[in-house]
Design a protein around this ligand. Structure first.
Ligand code: SF4
Length: 337
C-alpha cells in the first residue's frame, strides 16, 4: 500500500460517515448508491436509497419491476435516463449474469449507463478490484494534492488525473482507498476553505494551507451557458378529473406524466392569459432554466381533441410519477380543481 493510501485509509476508518450502503459489502446496494448519488448530495440521495431497497430488495426484484414503478420511486431525483439505464442494466445482471456478480471494470462498463467512474467505484468498493474511480471530489483532492492545473473539462486534464489516481492505488483491496478519496473530498477538501488542518495527506499536498491556491483547483475552462425557456402547462379539470399524458421516452423527463401544452389542445399561448394560475414556477436543469407557466381551464374551454391524454381522478395524481416542478404545482393546486 502506498504511504498516501495508508494515511488516507486510516483517516477514513476513523472518520467515515455511517451510510446505509456501507453497512455490508453488498454489490447491489453499492451499485444503487453509486447510481442514485450521481449529481446528488448524500443527504438528498439517502432517502431515495432506502426507498429503493425497501421496494426492490434485490437486483432480481428491480429487474422484474415495471419501469413505471421504478420511475415513481425515482421521481424528484432528475436525470431520468439514469433510471431507465439502471432498469435495463438490472435485467442484464439478473438474466445474463446468472446471479453471479462480476468483479472486473470491463464487465460493469458494458452495462447501460455505467461510465468509467461508476464501473471503477463498484468494482473497487464492492470487490476490492484494483481500479481507480475519479468523480468530482476526487478530481478536486488530487488536482490540489499534486497541483495539477490541466483543465478537468478537457481530455488531457482528465487523463492526467486518472493516471495519477491509478498510480496512487494500493496493491491489495482498493475498496476503502476509493471511498476514502471521495470522503476526503466531501468532508475535508471542500471547494471553498479546505480544512487542511484535518487532512491526512497535507504533509505532501502541494497547496496545503494555501486556500487561495487550493480554491483555484481544479481548473475548468468552459463554464456552461444556461439557456432560459418559458414553458406552458394546462390544468384542465372535468368532474373531479384532470387531463394528463405520458411524456415520450426520449428527451427531458422521459416516461413521466405531464400536463398538456397549449398546442396539444390546439391552443395558442396568446389565448391563455385569462386562465393564468399564478406566477411561473422556476426550475433548473443542468443547462437550462425553465419558467413553467400554469393555467387552469375547465373542460368546456377545450378546443382541440386531446390525443394521447387521459382523464385521471384528481385524488389519484400522487400515484403517478411526475417531473418535480409539475408535481410541486399539483401538490399545491390539485385540491382546488
Ligand atoms: S491539504 Fe488541504 S488542499 Fe491539500 S488535499 Fe488536503 S484538504 Fe485538500
Amino acid at each position: 500500500m502506498t504511504d498516501f493510501s495508508h494515511r488516507l485509509v486510516r483517516w477514513y476508518q476513523a472518520h467515515k460517515r455511517e451510510l446505509p450502503w456501507r453497512e455490508h459489502r453488498n454489490p447491489y446496494a453499492i451499485w444503487l448508491s453509486e447510481v442514485l448519488l450521481q449529481q446528488t448530495r448524500v443527504e438528498q440521495g439517502t432517502p431515495y436509497f432506502l426507498r429503493f431497497v425497501e421496494r426492490f430488495p434485490t437486483v432480481e426484484d428491480l429487474a422484474a419491476a415495471q419501469l413505471d414503478d421504478l420511475l415513481q420511486v425515482w421521481q424528484g431525483l432528475g436525470y431520468y435516463a439514469r433510471a431507465r439505464n439502471l432498469h435495463a442494466a438490472a435485467k442484464i445482471v439478473a438474466n445474463e449474469w446468472n446471479g453471479q456478480w462480476k468483479t472486473e471494470v470491463a464487465d460493469w462498463r458494458a452495462l447501460p449507463g455505467v461510465g468509467p467512474y461508476t464501473a471503477g467505484a463498484i468494482a473497487s468498493i464492492a470487490f476490492g478490484t484494483r481500479a481507480a474511480a475519479v468523480d468530482g471530489n476526487v478530481y478536486r483532492v488530487l488536482s490540489r494534492w499534486a497541483e495539477l492545473d490541466s483543465p478537468i473539462d478537457k481530455p488531457e486534464g482528465q487523463k492526467a488525473l486518472w493516471s495519477l489516481a491509478e498510480l496512487l492505488l494500493p496493491a491489495g483491496d482498493c475498496g476503502d482507498h476509493t471511498q476514502a478519496l471521495m470522503e476526503l473530498g466531501s468532508l475535508v477538501c471542500s471547494p471553498k476553505q479546505p480544512k487542511c488542518g484535518e487532512c491526512p495527506v497535507a504533509a505532501d499536498c502541494a497547496v496545503a494551507f494555501q486556500p487561495n491556491k487550493a480554491e483555484m483547483l481544479p481548473v475548468k475552462l468552459g463554464k456552461t451557458k444556461v439557456l432560459e425557456e418559458h414553458w406552458h402547462r394546462l390544468f384542465v379539470v372535468r368532474d373531479g378529473q384532470f387531463l394528463c399524458g405520458k411524456r415520450p421516452i426520449s428527451g427531458i423527463w422521459p416516461g413521466l406524466m405531464d400536463l398538456p401544452q397549449p398546442n396539444d389542445l390546439g391552443m395558442e399561448e396568446a389565448e391563455l392569459e385569462a386562465w393564468s394560475a399564478g406566477g411561473p414556477v422556476e426550475h433548473r436543469l443542468s443547462h437550462r432554466k425553465l419558467w413553467i407557466h400554469f393555467y387552469r381551464l375547465g373542460a368546456r374551454d377545450l378546443t382541440g381533441q386531446p390525443d394521447g391524454f387521459e382523464w385521471v381522478a384528481l385524488d389519484n395524481w400522487e400515484d403517478l410519477a411526475w417531473p418535480v416542478p409539475v408535481g410541486r404545482w399539483l401538490k399545491k393546486n390539485s385540491t382546488f380543481g
